[in-house]
Design a protein around this ligand. Structure first.
Ligand SMILES: Cc1ncc(COP(=O)(O)O)c(C=O)c1O
Length: 402
Protein backbone atom coordinates (compact mmCIF):
# COMPACT_ATOMS: atom_id res chain seq x y z
CA UNK A 1 0.00 0.00 0.00
CA UNK A 2 1.19 3.56 -0.70
CA UNK A 3 2.68 5.48 2.19
CA UNK A 4 -0.22 6.97 4.13
CA UNK A 5 1.82 8.50 6.93
CA UNK A 6 0.53 11.94 5.93
CA UNK A 7 -3.01 10.67 6.44
CA UNK A 8 -3.97 10.06 10.06
CA UNK A 9 -7.37 8.56 9.19
CA UNK A 10 -8.04 4.88 9.50
CA UNK A 11 -10.29 3.19 7.01
CA UNK A 12 -12.53 0.16 7.11
CA UNK A 13 -10.96 -3.25 6.77
CA UNK A 14 -12.88 -3.98 3.57
CA UNK A 15 -11.30 -0.94 1.90
CA UNK A 16 -7.82 -1.30 3.29
CA UNK A 17 -7.30 -4.95 2.49
CA UNK A 18 -7.73 -4.28 -1.25
CA UNK A 19 -4.61 -2.12 -1.13
CA UNK A 20 -2.41 -4.45 0.89
CA UNK A 21 0.28 -6.53 -0.80
CA UNK A 22 0.03 -4.43 -3.95
CA UNK A 23 3.69 -3.50 -4.41
CA UNK A 24 6.51 -5.87 -5.27
CA UNK A 25 9.80 -5.22 -3.53
CA UNK A 26 12.42 -4.14 -6.07
CA UNK A 27 9.99 -3.61 -8.97
CA UNK A 28 9.69 -0.13 -10.49
CA UNK A 29 6.71 -0.92 -12.75
CA UNK A 30 3.33 -0.28 -11.16
CA UNK A 31 0.91 -2.81 -12.63
CA UNK A 32 -2.76 -2.42 -11.66
CA UNK A 33 -2.71 -6.04 -10.57
CA UNK A 34 0.28 -7.95 -9.31
CA UNK A 35 1.48 -10.21 -12.12
CA UNK A 36 2.05 -13.87 -11.58
CA UNK A 37 5.79 -14.54 -11.32
CA UNK A 38 6.04 -17.85 -13.14
CA UNK A 39 9.74 -18.24 -12.72
CA UNK A 40 11.72 -20.68 -10.63
CA UNK A 41 14.46 -18.19 -9.74
CA UNK A 42 15.68 -14.59 -10.03
CA UNK A 43 18.94 -13.65 -11.77
CA UNK A 44 21.81 -11.92 -10.02
CA UNK A 45 24.50 -9.95 -11.83
CA UNK A 46 27.71 -10.93 -10.07
CA UNK A 47 29.00 -12.16 -6.73
CA UNK A 48 28.52 -8.74 -5.12
CA UNK A 49 24.90 -8.82 -6.20
CA UNK A 50 24.52 -12.41 -4.98
CA UNK A 51 25.89 -11.42 -1.56
CA UNK A 52 23.64 -8.38 -1.41
CA UNK A 53 20.44 -10.23 -2.35
CA UNK A 54 21.08 -13.01 0.17
CA UNK A 55 22.01 -10.51 2.91
CA UNK A 56 18.79 -8.57 2.26
CA UNK A 57 16.68 -11.75 2.11
CA UNK A 58 15.65 -10.78 -1.40
CA UNK A 59 14.14 -13.00 -4.08
CA UNK A 60 16.43 -15.86 -5.05
CA UNK A 61 14.80 -19.27 -5.51
CA UNK A 62 11.03 -19.48 -5.76
CA UNK A 63 10.53 -22.08 -3.01
CA UNK A 64 12.48 -19.89 -0.58
CA UNK A 65 10.60 -16.66 -1.20
CA UNK A 66 8.35 -15.45 -3.95
CA UNK A 67 6.52 -12.20 -4.65
CA UNK A 68 3.08 -13.74 -5.11
CA UNK A 69 3.31 -15.55 -1.80
CA UNK A 70 4.49 -12.36 -0.06
CA UNK A 71 1.62 -10.33 -1.54
CA UNK A 72 -0.95 -12.90 -0.39
CA UNK A 73 0.71 -13.24 3.04
CA UNK A 74 0.49 -9.49 3.59
CA UNK A 75 -3.25 -9.51 2.90
CA UNK A 76 -3.89 -12.57 5.11
CA UNK A 77 -1.88 -10.98 7.97
CA UNK A 78 -3.95 -7.83 7.69
CA UNK A 79 -7.24 -9.77 7.73
CA UNK A 80 -6.27 -12.01 10.66
CA UNK A 81 -4.65 -9.12 12.57
CA UNK A 82 -1.25 -10.79 12.85
CA UNK A 83 2.31 -9.54 12.52
CA UNK A 84 3.29 -11.99 9.79
CA UNK A 85 1.89 -14.82 7.66
CA UNK A 86 3.31 -17.55 5.50
CA UNK A 87 1.66 -19.25 2.53
CA UNK A 88 1.73 -23.02 1.91
CA UNK A 89 0.97 -25.52 -0.82
CA UNK A 90 -2.27 -26.51 0.98
CA UNK A 91 -4.05 -26.25 4.30
CA UNK A 92 -2.41 -29.57 5.20
CA UNK A 93 0.99 -28.10 4.24
CA UNK A 94 0.36 -25.27 6.72
CA UNK A 95 -0.75 -27.71 9.43
CA UNK A 96 2.07 -30.26 9.03
CA UNK A 97 4.74 -27.54 8.83
CA UNK A 98 3.41 -25.86 11.98
CA UNK A 99 3.17 -29.08 13.98
CA UNK A 100 6.56 -30.43 12.94
CA UNK A 101 8.28 -27.10 13.66
CA UNK A 102 6.72 -26.37 17.03
CA UNK A 103 6.69 -29.89 18.54
CA UNK A 104 9.60 -32.14 19.46
CA UNK A 105 9.83 -35.76 20.62
CA UNK A 106 8.76 -35.96 24.28
CA UNK A 107 6.35 -32.99 24.02
CA UNK A 108 2.62 -33.34 24.39
CA UNK A 109 -0.17 -31.83 22.26
CA UNK A 110 -3.80 -31.58 23.38
CA UNK A 111 -6.08 -31.65 20.37
CA UNK A 112 -9.80 -31.31 19.97
CA UNK A 113 -11.24 -34.72 19.13
CA UNK A 114 -13.63 -33.10 16.65
CA UNK A 115 -11.33 -31.73 13.97
CA UNK A 116 -10.87 -32.29 10.23
CA UNK A 117 -10.21 -36.01 9.68
CA UNK A 118 -6.86 -35.61 7.92
CA UNK A 119 -5.58 -33.18 10.56
CA UNK A 120 -6.47 -35.84 13.10
CA UNK A 121 -4.69 -38.46 10.96
CA UNK A 122 -1.52 -36.40 10.68
CA UNK A 123 -1.50 -35.85 14.43
CA UNK A 124 -1.99 -39.57 15.01
CA UNK A 125 0.15 -41.11 12.25
CA UNK A 126 2.99 -38.57 11.99
CA UNK A 127 3.12 -36.55 15.19
CA UNK A 128 2.37 -39.41 17.61
CA UNK A 129 3.55 -42.53 15.79
CA UNK A 130 6.62 -41.25 13.95
CA UNK A 131 7.73 -38.24 16.01
CA UNK A 132 7.10 -39.69 19.48
CA UNK A 133 4.94 -36.81 20.66
CA UNK A 134 2.23 -37.57 23.20
CA UNK A 135 -1.26 -36.79 21.97
CA UNK A 136 -4.24 -36.13 24.24
CA UNK A 137 -7.34 -36.10 22.08
CA UNK A 138 -10.28 -34.76 24.07
CA UNK A 139 -13.64 -33.09 23.53
CA UNK A 140 -13.17 -29.32 23.75
CA UNK A 141 -16.84 -28.95 24.62
CA UNK A 142 -15.80 -29.83 28.15
CA UNK A 143 -12.99 -27.47 29.14
CA UNK A 144 -12.34 -29.45 32.33
CA UNK A 145 -11.27 -32.35 30.09
CA UNK A 146 -8.78 -29.98 28.46
CA UNK A 147 -7.52 -28.73 31.85
CA UNK A 148 -7.13 -32.31 33.08
CA UNK A 149 -5.13 -33.27 30.00
CA UNK A 150 -2.47 -30.61 30.68
CA UNK A 151 0.89 -32.03 31.81
CA UNK A 152 4.31 -30.48 32.25
CA UNK A 153 5.05 -31.63 28.69
CA UNK A 154 2.14 -29.77 27.08
CA UNK A 155 3.47 -27.52 24.31
CA UNK A 156 0.41 -27.00 22.12
CA UNK A 157 -3.37 -26.93 22.23
CA UNK A 158 -4.92 -27.43 18.80
CA UNK A 159 -8.49 -26.82 17.65
CA UNK A 160 -10.75 -25.55 14.88
CA UNK A 161 -13.11 -22.67 15.71
CA UNK A 162 -16.17 -24.77 14.90
CA UNK A 163 -16.10 -28.52 14.70
CA UNK A 164 -16.84 -30.44 11.55
CA UNK A 165 -19.66 -31.42 10.97
CA UNK A 166 -21.55 -30.68 14.20
CA UNK A 167 -20.64 -26.96 14.37
CA UNK A 168 -19.77 -26.97 18.07
CA UNK A 169 -17.78 -23.88 19.04
CA UNK A 170 -14.37 -23.88 20.75
CA UNK A 171 -13.99 -21.34 23.53
CA UNK A 172 -10.85 -19.70 22.12
CA UNK A 173 -10.42 -17.21 24.97
CA UNK A 174 -10.46 -19.85 27.72
CA UNK A 175 -8.34 -22.26 25.66
CA UNK A 176 -5.74 -19.50 25.23
CA UNK A 177 -5.69 -19.01 29.03
CA UNK A 178 -5.27 -22.75 29.60
CA UNK A 179 -2.49 -22.96 27.00
CA UNK A 180 -0.62 -19.92 28.26
CA UNK A 181 -0.75 -20.92 31.91
CA UNK A 182 0.82 -24.24 30.84
CA UNK A 183 3.51 -22.43 28.84
CA UNK A 184 1.98 -23.80 25.62
CA UNK A 185 0.77 -22.28 22.36
CA UNK A 186 -2.82 -22.23 21.14
CA UNK A 187 -3.08 -23.07 17.43
CA UNK A 188 -6.49 -22.49 15.82
CA UNK A 189 -7.74 -23.52 12.38
CA UNK A 190 -10.10 -20.77 11.12
CA UNK A 191 -11.00 -22.43 7.78
CA UNK A 192 -14.76 -22.86 8.40
CA UNK A 193 -15.24 -19.44 9.97
CA UNK A 194 -12.59 -17.23 8.27
CA UNK A 195 -11.33 -13.83 9.56
CA UNK A 196 -14.59 -12.34 8.21
CA UNK A 197 -16.41 -14.07 11.08
CA UNK A 198 -13.82 -14.25 13.86
CA UNK A 199 -10.19 -13.31 14.49
CA UNK A 200 -8.74 -15.95 16.83
CA UNK A 201 -5.50 -13.98 17.37
CA UNK A 202 -7.52 -11.17 18.98
CA UNK A 203 -8.97 -13.73 21.39
CA UNK A 204 -5.56 -14.98 22.49
CA UNK A 205 -4.60 -17.66 19.92
CA UNK A 206 -0.90 -17.73 19.03
CA UNK A 207 -1.12 -19.15 15.52
CA UNK A 208 -4.10 -19.14 13.18
CA UNK A 209 -4.27 -21.49 10.21
CA UNK A 210 -6.49 -21.24 7.13
CA UNK A 211 -7.00 -23.66 4.29
CA UNK A 212 -7.08 -21.04 1.53
CA UNK A 213 -8.52 -23.71 -0.74
CA UNK A 214 -11.91 -23.02 0.84
CA UNK A 215 -13.82 -19.78 1.55
CA UNK A 216 -10.92 -17.32 1.33
CA UNK A 217 -10.20 -18.18 -2.29
CA UNK A 218 -13.85 -19.06 -2.76
CA UNK A 219 -13.67 -20.14 -6.40
CA UNK A 220 -12.79 -23.84 -6.01
CA UNK A 221 -9.86 -23.53 -8.41
CA UNK A 222 -6.71 -23.41 -6.25
CA UNK A 223 -5.18 -25.22 -3.28
CA UNK A 224 -3.29 -23.34 -0.57
CA UNK A 225 -2.90 -22.71 3.12
CA UNK A 226 -1.71 -20.02 5.50
CA UNK A 227 -0.47 -19.47 9.00
CA UNK A 228 -0.54 -16.12 10.78
CA UNK A 229 0.94 -15.18 14.16
CA UNK A 230 1.39 -12.13 16.34
CA UNK A 231 5.01 -13.18 16.81
CA UNK A 232 6.80 -12.78 13.45
CA UNK A 233 9.72 -14.94 14.65
CA UNK A 234 7.39 -17.89 15.08
CA UNK A 235 6.35 -17.55 11.43
CA UNK A 236 10.01 -17.34 10.37
CA UNK A 237 10.78 -20.55 12.27
CA UNK A 238 7.89 -22.38 10.60
CA UNK A 239 8.87 -20.97 7.21
CA UNK A 240 12.38 -22.35 7.57
CA UNK A 241 11.10 -25.89 8.18
CA UNK A 242 8.41 -25.54 5.51
CA UNK A 243 11.08 -24.61 2.98
CA UNK A 244 12.99 -27.78 3.89
CA UNK A 245 9.85 -29.92 3.80
CA UNK A 246 8.85 -28.45 0.43
CA UNK A 247 5.45 -27.19 1.59
CA UNK A 248 5.59 -23.50 0.50
CA UNK A 249 2.89 -22.21 -1.85
CA UNK A 250 3.60 -21.82 -5.56
CA UNK A 251 3.24 -18.49 -7.42
CA UNK A 252 0.23 -19.38 -9.56
CA UNK A 253 -1.91 -20.71 -6.71
CA UNK A 254 -0.94 -17.70 -4.59
CA UNK A 255 -1.90 -15.37 -7.43
CA UNK A 256 -5.26 -17.12 -7.95
CA UNK A 257 -6.01 -17.13 -4.23
CA UNK A 258 -5.23 -13.42 -3.89
CA UNK A 259 -7.59 -12.75 -6.79
CA UNK A 260 -10.32 -14.72 -5.04
CA UNK A 261 -9.59 -13.14 -1.68
CA UNK A 262 -10.10 -9.64 -3.08
CA UNK A 263 -13.85 -10.26 -3.30
CA UNK A 264 -14.17 -12.19 -0.03
CA UNK A 265 -15.49 -9.09 1.78
CA UNK A 266 -18.43 -9.12 -0.64
CA UNK A 267 -18.96 -12.86 -0.63
CA UNK A 268 -18.51 -13.99 2.93
CA UNK A 269 -20.94 -11.76 4.84
CA UNK A 270 -23.59 -12.82 2.31
CA UNK A 271 -22.69 -16.51 2.56
CA UNK A 272 -22.80 -16.31 6.36
CA UNK A 273 -26.17 -14.54 6.32
CA UNK A 274 -27.60 -16.96 3.76
CA UNK A 275 -26.41 -19.90 5.85
CA UNK A 276 -28.27 -18.46 8.86
CA UNK A 277 -31.45 -17.96 6.79
CA UNK A 278 -31.22 -21.44 5.33
CA UNK A 279 -30.61 -22.94 8.78
CA UNK A 280 -33.71 -21.19 10.18
CA UNK A 281 -35.84 -22.34 7.22
CA UNK A 282 -34.60 -25.93 7.40
CA UNK A 283 -35.40 -26.07 11.13
CA UNK A 284 -39.08 -25.70 10.14
CA UNK A 285 -39.04 -28.62 7.68
CA UNK A 286 -40.94 -31.50 9.30
CA UNK A 287 -38.63 -34.22 7.94
CA UNK A 288 -35.49 -32.59 9.39
CA UNK A 289 -34.90 -33.65 12.97
CA UNK A 290 -32.12 -31.18 13.72
CA UNK A 291 -30.02 -28.37 12.26
CA UNK A 292 -26.53 -27.42 13.45
CA UNK A 293 -25.63 -23.79 12.86
CA UNK A 294 -23.87 -21.29 15.10
CA UNK A 295 -26.60 -18.65 14.64
CA UNK A 296 -29.57 -20.73 15.82
CA UNK A 297 -31.39 -20.21 19.13
CA UNK A 298 -31.23 -24.00 19.43
CA UNK A 299 -27.40 -24.06 19.28
CA UNK A 300 -26.26 -25.48 22.63
CA UNK A 301 -23.48 -22.89 22.95
CA UNK A 302 -25.52 -19.78 22.21
CA UNK A 303 -23.94 -17.80 25.03
CA UNK A 304 -20.41 -18.72 23.99
CA UNK A 305 -21.22 -17.77 20.40
CA UNK A 306 -22.34 -14.29 21.58
CA UNK A 307 -19.40 -13.87 23.92
CA UNK A 308 -16.82 -14.63 21.22
CA UNK A 309 -18.33 -12.33 18.60
CA UNK A 310 -20.79 -9.49 19.28
CA UNK A 311 -24.09 -10.59 17.67
CA UNK A 312 -22.99 -14.23 17.59
CA UNK A 313 -20.46 -16.25 15.65
CA UNK A 314 -21.26 -16.42 11.94
CA UNK A 315 -20.38 -19.39 9.75
CA UNK A 316 -21.18 -20.31 6.16
CA UNK A 317 -21.32 -24.01 7.13
CA UNK A 318 -24.25 -25.93 8.60
CA UNK A 319 -25.45 -29.50 8.91
CA UNK A 320 -28.87 -31.15 8.97
CA UNK A 321 -30.30 -34.51 10.06
CA UNK A 322 -32.49 -36.28 7.50
CA UNK A 323 -34.42 -39.50 8.21
CA UNK A 324 -31.94 -42.37 8.01
CA UNK A 325 -34.36 -45.29 7.66
CA UNK A 326 -34.30 -45.14 3.85
CA UNK A 327 -30.91 -44.12 2.44
CA UNK A 328 -32.34 -44.30 -1.10
CA UNK A 329 -34.46 -41.27 -0.24
CA UNK A 330 -31.36 -39.30 0.70
CA UNK A 331 -29.98 -40.03 -2.75
CA UNK A 332 -33.29 -38.98 -4.33
CA UNK A 333 -33.24 -35.75 -2.27
CA UNK A 334 -29.73 -35.01 -3.58
CA UNK A 335 -30.81 -35.73 -7.16
CA UNK A 336 -33.79 -33.39 -6.85
CA UNK A 337 -31.76 -30.37 -5.73
CA UNK A 338 -31.15 -27.92 -8.57
CA UNK A 339 -28.31 -26.04 -6.95
CA UNK A 340 -26.42 -27.70 -4.11
CA UNK A 341 -24.25 -30.48 -5.52
CA UNK A 342 -22.23 -33.11 -3.75
CA UNK A 343 -18.55 -32.06 -3.54
CA UNK A 344 -15.81 -33.47 -1.33
CA UNK A 345 -14.72 -29.92 -0.47
CA UNK A 346 -16.34 -26.72 0.80
CA UNK A 347 -16.04 -22.95 0.58
CA UNK A 348 -16.99 -22.27 -3.05
CA UNK A 349 -19.34 -19.63 -4.44
CA UNK A 350 -21.81 -22.41 -5.23
CA UNK A 351 -23.52 -24.23 -2.37
CA UNK A 352 -22.22 -27.76 -1.97
CA UNK A 353 -22.92 -30.63 0.36
CA UNK A 354 -21.25 -33.71 1.70
CA UNK A 355 -22.31 -36.82 3.59
CA UNK A 356 -19.99 -37.14 6.63
CA UNK A 357 -20.66 -40.87 7.16
CA UNK A 358 -19.27 -41.67 3.70
CA UNK A 359 -16.79 -38.79 3.28
CA UNK A 360 -15.02 -37.53 6.42
CA UNK A 361 -15.90 -40.26 8.95
CA UNK A 362 -16.25 -43.58 7.02
CA UNK A 363 -13.85 -45.51 9.26
CA UNK A 364 -15.32 -44.44 12.59
CA UNK A 365 -17.60 -47.12 14.16
CA UNK A 366 -21.30 -46.23 14.10
CA UNK A 367 -21.73 -46.00 17.90
CA UNK A 368 -18.74 -43.63 18.21
CA UNK A 369 -19.98 -41.57 15.27
CA UNK A 370 -23.40 -41.27 16.86
CA UNK A 371 -21.83 -40.18 20.14
CA UNK A 372 -20.08 -37.48 18.06
CA UNK A 373 -23.48 -36.39 16.69
CA UNK A 374 -22.89 -37.90 13.24
CA UNK A 375 -25.66 -40.12 11.86
CA UNK A 376 -26.13 -41.72 8.42
CA UNK A 377 -28.85 -39.12 7.79
CA UNK A 378 -26.53 -36.17 8.34
CA UNK A 379 -25.75 -33.84 5.43
CA UNK A 380 -23.16 -31.06 5.73
CA UNK A 381 -23.82 -27.93 3.69
CA UNK A 382 -21.34 -25.26 2.57
CA UNK A 383 -23.36 -22.20 1.58
CA UNK A 384 -22.47 -20.20 -1.53
CA UNK A 385 -23.53 -16.81 -2.87
CA UNK A 386 -26.86 -17.86 -4.38
CA UNK A 387 -30.01 -15.95 -3.48
CA UNK A 388 -31.15 -17.20 -0.07
CA UNK A 389 -34.81 -17.58 -1.08
CA UNK A 390 -33.83 -19.63 -4.15
CA UNK A 391 -31.85 -21.99 -1.95
CA UNK A 392 -34.63 -22.27 0.62
CA UNK A 393 -37.22 -23.03 -2.09
CA UNK A 394 -34.90 -25.55 -3.72
CA UNK A 395 -34.24 -27.43 -0.47
CA UNK A 396 -37.98 -27.35 0.32
CA UNK A 397 -38.96 -28.95 -3.00
CA UNK A 398 -36.21 -31.58 -2.80
CA UNK A 399 -37.24 -32.52 0.77
CA UNK A 400 -40.67 -33.57 -0.52
CA UNK A 401 -39.18 -37.02 -1.23
CA UNK A 402 -39.43 -37.80 2.51
C1 LIG B 1 -10.99 -27.40 8.66
C2 LIG B 1 -10.00 -27.81 7.61
N1 LIG B 1 -8.70 -27.58 7.83
C3 LIG B 1 -7.77 -27.95 6.92
C4 LIG B 1 -8.11 -28.58 5.75
C5 LIG B 1 -7.05 -29.00 4.78
O1 LIG B 1 -6.99 -28.08 3.73
P1 LIG B 1 -6.39 -28.46 2.28
O2 LIG B 1 -7.35 -29.39 1.62
O3 LIG B 1 -6.23 -27.12 1.63
O4 LIG B 1 -5.08 -29.12 2.53
C6 LIG B 1 -9.47 -28.84 5.48
C7 LIG B 1 -9.87 -29.52 4.25
O5 LIG B 1 -11.03 -29.81 4.01
C8 LIG B 1 -10.44 -28.45 6.45
O6 LIG B 1 -11.74 -28.68 6.26
Amino acid sequence: MRDSSNNPETFSRDTEYLYKGDRIEGMSLKPEVIPCFLTTAFNMDNLDDVNRVYAEHGYTYIRTRNPNRDALAEVVSFLEGGAKSDIFSSGMGAITSTLTTLLRPGDQIICNRYIYGETFNVIDEVIRERMGIEVASVSFEDLDEVRQAVTEKTRMIYTEVVSNPTMRIADIRTLADIAHSAGALLVVDNTFTTPFAIKPLDLGADVVINSLTKFLNGHSDAVGGSITARDAELVDKIHHISMLLGTPGDPFSSWLILRGLHTAALRLPRQIETAAKLARALEKEPCISGVNHTSLESHPQRELSQSLVPGGLGCPMLSIYLPEDDMEKISQFMDRLHFARYAPTLGGIRTSMSHPVTSSHPNVPDDIRRAMGITPGMIRISVGTEDADDLIRDFHQALQVF
